[in-house]
Every structure is written in C-alpha cells, then in structure tokens.
Design a protein around this ligand. Structure first.
Ligand SMILES: [Zn+2]
Length: 512
C-alpha cells in the first residue's frame, strides 16, 4: 500500500458498567432496560436545583480495574469535570465527566492493548490507549420512527446518570479488521472482569475517527453495535477514497451510521472542544487513590483473558488457537472448564465446544457481542448480576454435563461422530441429555465386521460402475463409504468400512 494512502482510525468507546446496581451519582437502579419510561429517577439524576451528587465507589473501582487491564497509568488523584452543553437528554445542562488538564486527571491514561496476529502466535500490533475516564450516561430520546421525520421527541431519563467508562484510543488502527480484533478482545476483558455485559443492547457504543493520511478527519457517531463498527468504517474508507480519487477534498465533519441503510450520513456540524466550557465539578471532591488502595483493587481482579489463554495452553495442553477461541467468548471458556469436572479429557471437550457447538451457535444463535437481545433478558434475569454473555434459548438448555456426555459417548466408541452430530442437534434444540436421547434410538456404532459385511456387499453389488472406477482411483472409495453410511443411518464405523471396501477392491484388482 502506498504510504500516502494510509488509513488512520481512532476509537472512542463507551461501556456501561452494567454490573452496578445503582447509577453513578445517585441510588437509582441502573438497570433501565425494559422499564417503563422515567421510573428510575430522583432529584439528583433529574438535575433538580440544590441536589448534590454522591459518587458510586464501586464505579471507581470497576473503572480502575478496566484501566489496569488495559495497561493504563492510574491517576493517584481522580477528579471530575462539568462538560456544558444544552440538549434535552441532559437535565442538568452539563454532563459530569473527566478531563485531563491543570494536573487534574481521569482514572487512567497512556495504556495499550496488544492485538494477536490472527495467523500466527505473536503480537501483530499494539494499540495505544490515550485515556480512560468515568462519566455519566445521558437520558434517551425516543422518536416516532426516524429523527428526521418524527413529529415529536420523547425523553426517558431512566438511563440518565448510569455509569459509563469512556476509552479513547490513539489513531493506531490502519484497517477495519484491526478494530474488530480490538473490540472482540475488549468485550472478553469486560466479561472476564464482570463489570459490563457487552451483549446487552446499547451497553457498548462506539464512535470512530477515520481519515486517509493527508486529508481531513471524519468522526462517525452512534454506532450502537460492535458488529456494525467494522461495516461503518469500511463504508467510510470507501467513501473517502472515492472522493479523493476524484480530486474532491474530504470535509472535516461528523457523520452518523445509518444502520438501516448501511451507510454513513452527514450530521450537524462538529462542536469544537472549547464549546463545552469544561470546568472542575465543585460538588464532587477528588478521589485520592493510595498505592494500598490500588493493591487491594489489583488483588480483587479476576483472571484476565490473556492469562486464561496461557493457563489453558499450560494446564490443558490446548493449542493457543483453541485456547483463544474459548477465552474469546467467556461463556465458552466457562463451559469448557465446567465440563472437565464430568469428563477429564480437555482436548476432546475443547474440540466439541470450539468446532461443533460454536459452529452451531454461529449459524443458528443470535450471535454474541453487541447483538440485541434485550427482549429476552429484561424480565427473567433482572435480579441477577451474572454477566454471562449469550442468554439465548440454546445456551440456556445445555450444561457442562451435556458436553461431557457427548464426548464420552464418542471417545468410548459407543457412537461415531456422524451420529454424535445428530445427537448434538437434538440436544441443542430440546435440552435433553445425550444419554437420554440415545435411549431407544438405534444408534450404537456398528463396529464389527460381521455386522457390516452384508451392507458392504450390497453396496458393491449396486454400485458396479463406481466399484470398477475405484479399482483405478481410490478416491471413489469415499463415495462407496457414503453409501454404506447411508444404509446404516450413519451408524457404521467409517474406518472399518473403508478398510473393508479397500480389501474388496484389492481382491478385484488382483483377480483382473
Ligand atoms: Zn437518581
């Protein structure tokens, strides 16, 4: 790629601390999903005159954990600022956030994340984290259809004051797929820290700065799902390239991702930083973090994805690739470790989860990070702080015991993999245990020669043309094997059948 054509992308990511029960500066419940409008509100989060914010201690702790996980320098004195702007979703007319100036500091700064090379074992890239800060979420504006055509705007303050962590990266990404790797890894970190469930609708939102070297920078706002970030950036790069190719200058502007039309569209003109008139929040004292405080927080941190991958490689002799796939989606890694309690064969269990279960979920599940599953999650699990990623029906139905039983049935030679895959389908759609599914089913693997002789003979007889071809071309044997598997409903031991077919072909060859 020509250097002049180099793409630079930076991200601003907002993560709600969904594990918190209350908002950032008041005791209102933080869980607003599926609630009636304007029920989780109080004078503080409605910005009534005379009220005082009260900082949620746990929110600071969670933000520090995330900053540590992203290798940030942690400020010893954490302070808050007012960012002033007028918008109906912001009842106080200012947002309490953080701002690095005058030796006042946000929670974390100068961190980095290493991206694994998707093809190899090393680190392919380091993305620098400029700053990590704690701030409050504004309320939500609700339109009748689209913002452009709606005759009214409704405002719901249930979300106003919910704790957010904002992560600002340096413009170190050069391609959309690097952004995807970064966000996947961030999602896994959030899940492992158990501070944010990225699968909840709107829990993780992303803005992206995109520019081609030597041209103006465009900011894309309102990308509400992890999955769309890569698409929005890909679109924006193509749009800018097509402009510059025609000699048209790229405007410095803010654009929105229109998720129905899959394009970015121009938004109102960009505010400059100065417009916000930041000034220190006088109602919240600075938080002083001593080195002892930091040690306590560090000691309370759960195992991080990177360490877990290394442990899986070391303790279970998995390949690093397999370990990464498991840890990449925390519920898979948890299922893996829990299944080992029933059947202590790590490679076999990992194989079923990574190849078969994940394959099935990718095809039929509702995806994971950033997908909208608010409809199913709001009522049943409202009193739980469990951040398990996907709560689809599929995963709710299967337990570690399901995986372990399936692996044992195959490894003990009772059933072959073809049958096991059928059982897996049934297990995932019904939640029945494999041992219960095979009861009454005629699925035991046919692994004795005398059980198979008749069927092999029948196939040899019916497929004379293929048999003659197989004498000169052994690849045809697979076709004959397929026939035998079909006649046995997938129950035959394929290795045995193949060797029986070979024997017969060798006999035919020598008798020619
Ligand atoms: Zn409140």
């Amino acid at each position: 790629m020509m250097q002049a054509d180099k793409v630079m992308i930076g991200l601003e990511i907002h993560c709600q601390l969904t594990a918190l029960r209350s908002k950032l500066f008041c005791p209102c419940p933080a869980d607003y999903r599926g609630k009636e409008p304007n029920v989780n509100v109080c004078p503080i989060c409605l910005g009534m005159p005379g009220t005082l914010p009260l900082l949620n201690r746990k929110a600071v702790e969670y933000a520090v954990m995330l900053a540590l996980a992203l290798n940030c320098r942690i400020a010893s004195r954490i302070t808050f600022y007012r960012k002033n702007y007028f918008y109906p979703d912001l009842p106080k007319n200012f947002q309490i956030t953080q701002y690095n100036a005058y030796e006042q500091a946000s929670v974390g700064a100068d961190g980095y994340m290493e991206l694994d090379d998707p093809k190899g074992n090393g680190v392919s890239k380091v993305i620098r984290i400029r700053r990590l800060q704690l701030e409050e979420d504004p309320g939500r504006l609700v339109y009748d259809g689209s913002i452009d055509t709606s005759n009214y705007a409704l405002v719901d303050y249930n979300r106003a004051g919910v704790a957010l962590v904002e992560i600002v990266t340096e413009p170190d990404f050069n391609a959309p797929n690097e952004v995807r790797l970064f966000l996947n890894r961030l999602a896994s970190i959030l899940e492992h820290l158990n501070i944010c469930n990225p699968a909840l609708d709107g829990a993780v939102r992303c803005d992206a700065n995109v520019s081609i070297r030597g041209h103006a920078r465009v900011e894309i706002k309102n990308i509400n799902s992890f999955k769309d970030v890569e698409k929005a950036i890909t679109f924006e790069i193509a749009r800018q390239r097509s402009l510059t190719a025609r000699g048209i200058e790229v405007n410095s502007e803010t654009r929105h991702w229109d998720d129905a039309r899959r394009i970015t569209v121009q938004a109102r003109t960009k505010e400059e930083e100065e417009d916000y008139r930041y000034f220190p929040e006088p109602d919240i004292p600075s938080v002083i973090l001593s080195s002892e405080d930091l040690e306590v927080i560090k000691a309370s941190m759960p195992e991080l994805p990177h360490a877990r991958v290394e442990r899986f490689v070391r303790a279970y002799a998995l390949t690093r690739d397999t370990a990464r796939i498991l840890v990449g989606e925390k519920y898979l890694a948890d299922l893996f470790e829990a299944s080992l309690k029933y059947y202590d064969n790590a490679r076999s269990i990992a194989n079923w989860i990574v190849t078969d279960l994940k394959g099935y979920l990718d095809r039929y599940g509702d995806g994971s990070n950033g997908s909208n599953n608010s409809s199913s999650s709001s009522s049943s699990k409202s009193d739980s702080n469990d951040n398990s990623n996907v709560n689809t029906g599929i995963l709710a139905r299967i337990t570690p015991k399901h995986i372990a039983e399936l692996a044992v049935l195959v490894d003990s030679g009772k059933i072959n993999r073809t049958v096991a895959k059928q059982i897996m389908q049934k297990m995932l759609s019904t939640g029945m245990l494999p041992s219960a599914i095979i009861q009454g089913m005629n699925v035991d693997m046919l692994s004795k020669k005398d059980e198979l002789e008749g069927i092999v003979d029948r196939v040899m007889d019916e497929e004379r043309k293929a048999v003659m071809d197989a004498i000169s071309n052994e690849k045809i044997l697979n076709y004959l094997l397929g026939k035998v598997m079909k006649y046995t409903n997938g129950r035959a031991d394929p290795k045995l059948v193949l060797s029986m077919l070979k024997e017969r072909i060798v006999d035919l060859r020598s008798s020619q």
